[in-house]
Design a protein around this ligand. Structure first.
Ligand code: NAD
Length: 364
């Protein structure tokens, strides 16, 4: 049974194609601000409940980023590791055709788990209107993932939070969980402002040096040797320890739930700026706030990706990406933190209030 509330979901569309065996679902949560925007994931476990939760997160994210997009998400039930490349392509094409009635009018897709730019090409070509999705390859006017839009936005959000606490960027330490696309770019921009990078993790473990890691050298080590733990000037720790290192700023940028029941009391950071989606539950985020930790929620800090998608959707250029992300993320992080301070509520609560006001047409 679907839980409907004052926001949505407006439409839940099941898609099925007997020929290719495509089975999928599109959830359009809310279109008050524009077509529902959100990626499509292909996993064997994706279900309507999961897609519904992700669609709602996109409603908050797009409203908070002040974009003319509503919130939506889609899922294709398939195990891309167990099907051939051709079978995957047929399924993605069938999904593209199934979107004809709704995209781009009320839904615009994008890559998510196991869906990349080639799948967006296949989806758009099968659909017939390239505006049905973003995240397409460069030759289809896509904006490359390698630009680091999301990590850049996470750093912008962190700068605002640092200032909000009366700290100086060149006097703080920071740690990063997940030295991938989001984590490396966030670390790059923080390092450039003088913050001391003391720990990073990837799937192999943590590298920690309280005197500072050399960002460029760490990038080379990760690129050439495959893992941050191969960096020779620091202590190697087990992966989960990243959340327990004493630091001014912690950036989760890998998997969900890096902060959980068993380690939440060991977290020793002044600010947590969420690059990853759902790095802790909303309840733990509230507990962190009560303990005095400033948590910038995922849907505010990691909006750089969807802002870049917006630019792609209006045929904008690469040069417009960073200025627009900086403008929107800085403005909205400030708005959220001022509201939170004024009302004595958590940053998440303040952000949801602002997003709801925008959706319902109230001014802020
Ligand atoms: P990525 O695959 O480029 O990088 C992920 C990194 O996490 C890799 O370095 C990997 O080694 C590391 N990792 C994997 N398992 C780990 C573990 N158990 N412990 C520590 N590190 C581990 O992914 P990404 O694009 O950087 O995305 C990271 C997170 O940010 C995800 O939660 C994603 O949903 C979220 N996000 C990404 C974007 C984007 O534009 N890329 C936008 C919004 C949110």
């Amino acid at each position: 049974m679907v839980d409907y509330d004052e926001v949505g979901p407006e439409k839940i569309i099941q898609v099925y194609d007997p020929k290719t065996k495509l089975r999928g679902v599109v959830v359009i949560d809310n279109t008050a601000l524009g077509p529902g925007k959100g990626g499509c994931r292909m996993t064997p476990t994706v279900n309507e409940e999961e897609v519904k939760g992700l669609a709602r997160a996109m409603t908050w994210k797009n409203a908070m980023a002040d974009l003319p997009f509503g919130g939506a998400k889609s899922g294709i039930f398939a195990n891309s590791k167990e099907i051939t490349k051709e079978e995957k392509k047929s399924i993605v094409e069938a999904f593209g055709r199934a979107l004809r009635g709704i995209a781009p009018a009320i839904y615009i897709s994008a890559p998510d788990m196991y869906m990349g730019e080639e799948e967006m090409r296949q989806m758009a070509e099968a659909h017939g209107d390239h505006k049905c999705c973003t995240g397409k390859p460069l030759d289809m006017n896509g904006l490359p993932h390698e630009l680091g839009s999301t990590g850049f936005g996470v750093a912008q959000s962190a700068f605002v939070a640092i200032e909000h606490l009366g700290l100086n960027c060149d006097q703080i330490t920071f740690t990063v969980d997940g030295f991938g696309n989001v984590g490396t770019f966030a670390a790059k921009f923080l390092t450039e402002r003088g913050a001391k990078f003391i720990a990073a993790s990837d799937s192999k473990g943590v590298i920690y040096n309280p005197n500072g890691l050399d960002y460029d050298k760490l990038m080379c080590v990760k690129g050439e040797m495959g893992s941050v733990v191969k960096y020779d000037d620091g202590e190697v720790l087990p992966g989960e320890k990243i959340a327990e290192i004493k630091t001014d700023l912690f950036i989760p940028a890998a998997k969900p739930d890096i902060i959980h029941e068993a380690n939440k009391d060991k977290v020793d950071a002044k600010i947590i700026c969420c690059g990853a989606n759902i790095p802790m539950s909303a309840r733990i985020e509230e507990e962190m706030h009560e303990k005095g930790v400033l948590v910038v929620p995922d849907f505010v800090a990691n909006a750089g990706g969807v802002i870049s998608s917006y630019i792609e959707s209006i045929d904008g250029k690469e040069e417009e990406v960073f200025p627009m992300i900086e403008d929107k993320v800085v403005k909205n992080t400030k708005l959220m933190l001022e509201r939170a301070k004024e009302k004595g509520i958590s940053a998440r609560q303040a952000a949801i209030e602002i997003a709801k006001e925008r959706i319902s047409g109230s001014k802020n």
